[in-house]
Design a protein around this ligand. Structure first.
Ligand SMILES: Nc1ncnc2c1ncn2[C@@H]1O[C@H](COP(=O)(O)OP(=O)(O)OP(=O)(O)O)[C@@H](O)[C@H]1O
Ligand SMILES: [Mg+2]
Length: 388
């Protein structure tokens, strides 16, 4: 006998002749089979046995196939189910597929129709289990990243900072310079882990955002203040232009901060010494936005067009620039445009796009090679002027 994968199949049918024919054919094809004469017995056998597939008759006394299918799905079992239908009950079989059956075949069955269906159902279940295993592995990896990697790096930054400030004894300018570089590199790794964690959370629908009205000027000023030291270290000029009376913007404060920090981080990374970075924030009426050349590949979130007032932020640099054909791809995960030598994982912009869209905004980039890049964000905002 040719046993393929040791897959066990439970045949559930009250007609012994049909069950026997199925059993012979399936065992001939290399499967292990068992037979349950009715639905109740089938449910009891499924509890103990480790079956890959159930061939389930729809019409049975005591407990019918539809009911058995419902019990199997409610139990959380991952066993695949194929319904066996008598002539005329095809509609019922289609209903069963909506309730979690993988396939159905009519009785009496044709061997060259039944066997491929069984094989497909078992292969499908195997692929599903593998996918679930990989998802679990990804979850474990992500939580390992956050606890086992991020926490020690944060502690390292704290210790280096104490040394850099001279609190453990005097240090010279060159030493301070090296310690500052070490802190910046650690911060890059922490930001990368944060991006990965948040992308994972947003994709899994587990990202809780606390979206409230915030004064954008306050947040931008405090991020820019943190980047002053980095820009100075890289000999870049950082200019912040904030319009007066900016309206409150409806965002999650933490996500908004991380978006701007990612964009400023990129601007610093891709702009050579002596360059300039400008961050500009103003409000615009939505009608005036048509003038803005928003590329056609930018998707607008539902309801975006209903806002009268928008907050427009751009971060412009005089850096290396991005080739035209890459502009639509740089927001994809792990996409890097000719920049592998600059380090990074290619996750920052993917996080920015997901987070901006989750807060109802849009983001896109414009660039000219060798001249610089501009990252634009539009957020819907409240009509009144921000007060807090
Ligand atoms: N200001 C910029 N100037 C030039 N190229 C940029 C700029 N910002 C982003 N890019 C390009 O887009 C790519 C994707 O950016 P993203 O922030 O997603 O990744 P990264 O910075 O390479 O890595 P990470 O953000 O994960 O540390 C970059 O690798 C780079 O090629
Ligand atoms: Mg980046």
């Amino acid at each position: 006998m040719n046993v393929k994968y040791n897959d066990k199949i439970l045949i559930v049918d009250d007609e012994p002749d049909i069950a026997l024919i199925l059993k012979l054919h399936l065992e001939d094809a290399g499967y292990i089979t068992a037979w349950a004469q009715d639905g109740k017995k089938a449910l009891a056998m499924l509890k103990d046995g480790d079956y890959s597939l159930v061939l389930l008759d729809i019409r049975m006394p005591r407990l019918g196939g539809v009911e058995v299918l419902r019990c199997i799905r409610e139990s959380g079992s991952d066993v695949a189910v194929i319904m066996m239908t008598a002539h005329g009950s095809e509609n019922l079989a289609v209903e069963c597929m909506k309730s979690g059956a993988i396939d159905y075949f009519p009785k009496p069955f044709a061997l060259d129709d039944m066997l491929p269906r069984v094989e497909r159902a078992i292969a499908y279940r195997r692929a599903l289990l593998e996918k679930q295993r990989l998802e679990r592995e990804k979850d474990d990896f992500v939580s390992m990243l956050s606890h086992d990697l991020k926490n020690p790096i944060t502690a390292v930054v704290g210790s280096i900072d104490i040394m850099r400030e001279g609190r453990l004894g005097p240090i010279n300018g060159e030493q301070a310079e090296y310690l500052q570089s070490a802190i910046e590199s650690c911060n890059e790794v922490v930001a990368m882990i944060d991006n990965l964690l948040d992308i994972h959370r947003i994709e899994a629908g587990k990202m809780q955002m606390n979206i409230r009205g915030h004064n954008p000027a306050d947040i931008i000023k405090s991020i820019a203040a943190k980047f002053d030291k980095v820009a100075e270290h890289e000999q870049l000029k950082l200019t912040v232009n904030l319009a007066e009376d900016l309206p409150a913007v409806q965002v999650d404060r933490n996500a908004f901060t991380r978006i701007i920090a990612n964009l400023l981080g990129n601007a610093v990374k891709f702009t050579p010494e002596g360059g300039e970075i400008i961050i500009d924030c103003r409000s615009s009426l939505a009608e005036a936005m048509q003038e803005n050349r928003i590329p056609d590949y930018v998707a607008f979130p539902v309801g975006f067009n209903e806002h009268r007032q928008l907050l427009s932020i751009y971060i412009r640099d005089t850096g290396s620039g991005i080739p035209e054909e890459d502009l639509r791809h740089i927001f994809e995960r792990f996409y890097q445009s000719r920049s592998f030598e600059r380090g990074g994982a290619g996750l920052g912009l993917a996080y920015c796009k997901m987070a901006v869209e989750k807060m109802g905004g849009v983001i896109w980039a414009e660039s000219e090679l060798g001249v610089g890049s501009t990252f634009n964000i539009l957020f819907p905002c409240q009509d009144e002027v921000a007060t807090k």
